[in-house]
Design a protein around this ligand. Structure first.
Ligand SMILES: Cc1ncc(C[n+]2csc(CCOP(=O)(O)OP(=O)(O)O)c2C)c(N)n1
Length: 623
């Protein structure tokens, strides 16, 4: 993919926080950038891949992305990596020792917290990592600040020779605002200098670096005390606020006149600046998303404040949350505007997450939902949706790659009640390469009895279809070596006769393979090999339609779960056995149907046929 010409210097651009960070990273002369996709952070690397004079990569997981950035920074280059909050958990092993070695070239770790949990398995506050690793944290409150702080972060990183954490939240990452951009200054790599006492962290080496880390923290605290990123905005009112990141914007919106100490450089905490501010206000309220980190430190320093005693400990602290909380502090009723905002009806039709029309995972889940006496460990990706209606096929999901280990534990930990249960694990291609491979190796090595379904759709579907080693294209869309999953799992020790590559659109074969493999008491891997329907590889075919007169309402096609199938009417009926059933008469939205043929296979009365070429397509309204 050819690089695009970046927008001119001094121009004003309408940028999301992610785009603003990418622009700043490029302008800062960063030479190496690495990431593993994860909402809400993904666009930072996607955007960076459009700029010239910088190497960017999709790494296979966040730990590797940080390690790539560390290596580049050791070589004296400016380096960057980006990840979502849970990604930093994965990368933390490297982070916790990186803090001892420090860096030469500036290293910025941009971590995006999903405050409000719009697309993650948990909500956690990455600012803990700054405290845990004794590293500085910058917290922008909008796109312009994201841009400016990303640049400052590189300077700070080089000044203190340690990585700097740029903490974003979903609101900052995705909301667009005007940003005045600048120009790129090149930063040559200083070159790697051999210094084993610094770069080789044996116990003897590490023990000498610890005092240096604490000494650095002291200097960083002094820097934070003096930093213009920690700004007092004078004002009037009964309450003075200390707030960081987007919470500061919420405070400003809810209380335009109030005194505010806006913390952009929030770790180490500028305690003396806060003490001086607290002395000037009647009551101090700390507004931070998510955990009471600043609040605890303020209290520990003997400064009285309110915080999570009046504010929620999860989700965004928007004005409609803040205003009533402050009113309650004074024993007053919630302001009318806040209650009106809280009572606003949702103005969009609720759309529960579902799989795409013709998604290759549909056939897998249809098949899994037909199996009895199984326990299925799920994983994280589009296929997590298999836990929901109509498949209800997954029994566990916790973190990326966990399906393998959990399946192994379910197998080894089974009691009498589960002795005849078959244990399955379902994992996607990207998740398998991220953290799943080691779990499979464990199952092989420790002789687990697990049937693994490896859903290879040649994309990181969940985060927007990014390239990965499974599809043979890199971040730039250029050809790259492609993983052969059958060979890979064989090399991990799975017997060749226990490895099957199947087409997930051919249900009888999928069903037969699964039925056979779950009976065999050893590890087997069934790989499905059809691409995600949202990526270029997918070829749409002539759609199908339902012949209304032939539809008997059996509902088998509905069980496939394809969103192109609509239930037009439901009727109660009595079976010859006397059992009452609900019939579901269906129609296919032919404008959406891609002709995958999944629904045709379970249709008992053969009521689903190809639309005649040239016939008009139907667009249906949800009932
Ligand atoms: C530690 C961590 N990193 C990143 C993510 C974001 N994320 C969720 S699922 C997923 C990968 C999905 O790809 P794949 O396993 O191939 O399944 P698909 O969605 O394509 O079906 C990613 C990157 C996450 N949830 N956790």
């Amino acid at each position: 993919m050819a690089a695009v010409l970046p927008a001119p210097a001094n121009s004003r651009q309408f940028l999301s926080g992610n785009e603003a960070v990418a622009r700043a990273v490029w302008e800062a002369g960063c030479r190496v950038a690495a990431a593993y996709p994860g909402t809400p952070s993904t666009e930072m690397l996607e955007e960076l891949s459009r700029f010239p004079d910088i190497y960017a990569e999709w790494s296979v997981n966040e730990k590797v992305s940080l390690e790539v950035a560390i290596g580049a920074a050791y070589a004296g280059s400016r380096a960057f990596c980006a990840m979502k909050h849970v990604g930093l958990n994965v990368a933390s092993d490297a982070l916790m020792t990186l803090t001892l070695t420090g860096v030469i070239g500036g290293l910025v770790i941009s971590v995006a917290d999903d405050v409000g949990l719009s697309s993650s398995q948990n909500e956690q506050d990455s600012r803990y990592w700054g405290r845990f690793a004794h590293l500085p944290i910058l917290e922008p409150a909008d796109s312009q600040e994201a841009y400016e702080m990303a640049k400052i972060a590189f300077d700070l990183s080089e000044k203190f020779q340690c990585p700097v954490i740029l903490r974003l939240t979903t609101r900052i990452c995705h909301v667009k605002a005007l940003v005045t951009v600048g120009s790129r200054s090149a930063h040559a790599a200083a070159g790697f200098k051999k210094e084993p006492a610094r770069w080789v962290m044996t116990p003897a080496g590490a023990v000498r670096r610890i005092p240096l880390m604490f000494e650095r923290e002291g200097r960083l605290r002094a820097e934070a005390e003096a930093s213009p990123l920690n700004l007092v905005e004078e004002g009037s009112g009964r309450v003075g606020f200390v707030a960081s990141g987007p919470a500061a914007m919420h405070v400003r919106e809810a209380f335009p006149e109030a005194p505010l100490l806006k913390l952009g450089f929030s770790c180490p905490l500028p305690v003396e600046k806060i003490r001086a501010f607290a002395a000037k206000v009647d009551r101090l309220v700390v507004v931070e998303e998510v955990e009471p980190l600043i609040e605890m430190e303020i209290r520990a320093n003997g400064i009285a404040c309110f915080g999570k005693d009046i504010l929620p400990r999860q989700g965004e602290l928007a004005p409609n949350v803040l205003a009533p909380a402050i009113a309650r502090l004074f024993g007053e009723p919630a302001p009318a505007t806040a209650t009106a905002a809280a009572a606003l009806p949702a103005d969009v039709f609720p759309r529960p997450p579902t799989m795409c029309v013709a998604c290759p995972h549909l056939g897998v889940y249809y098949t899994l939902s037909q199996l009895k006496n199984v326990t299925i460990a799920g994983d994280i990706g589009c296929y997590t949706l298999g836990a929901g209606h109509p498949w209800n096929a997954l029994d566990t999901t916790i973190s990326m790659g966990a399906s393998m280990g959990i399946a192994m534990g379910l197998d080894k930990g089974r009691g009498e009640a589960d002795k005849d249960k078959r244990i399955l694990a379902v994992i996607g291609d990207s998740t398998f390469m991220h953290m799943g491979m080691q779990g499979l190796l464990d199952i092989v090595y420790n002789k687990g009895n697990v049937t693994v379904l490896l859903l290879d759709n040649r994309a990181v579907g969940m985060t927007g279809g990014q390239n990965n080693p499974g599809n043979g294209r890199d971040l730039y869309g250029d050809p790259a070596p492609q993983v052969d999953f059958a060979k890979l799992v064989e090399s991990l020790g799975v017997k060749p006769e226990r490895i099957h590559v199947v087409d997930p659109y051919v249900l009888p074969v999928l069903f037969k393979t699964l039925r056979e493999e779950i009976k065999i008491p050893e590890v087997s891997v069934i790989i499905t090999d059809q691409p995600c329907v949202l990526v270029d590889d997918y070829k749409k075919q002539q759609p199908f339609e339902v012949i209304a007169e032939k539809c008997t309402g059996c509902g088998n096609c509905v069980e496939v779960g394809c969103p192109a199938i609509h239930v037009l009417r439901r009727e109660k009926a009595i079976k010859p056995s006397g059992k009452e059933v609900e019939l579901q008469f269906v129609q296919i939205e032919t404008a959406a149907c891609t002709g995958c043929g999944l629904c045709v296979q379970p249709c008992a009365p053969d009521a689903i046929v190809k639309v005649a070429p040239g016939a008009p397509v139907s667009i249906l309204k949800r009932q």
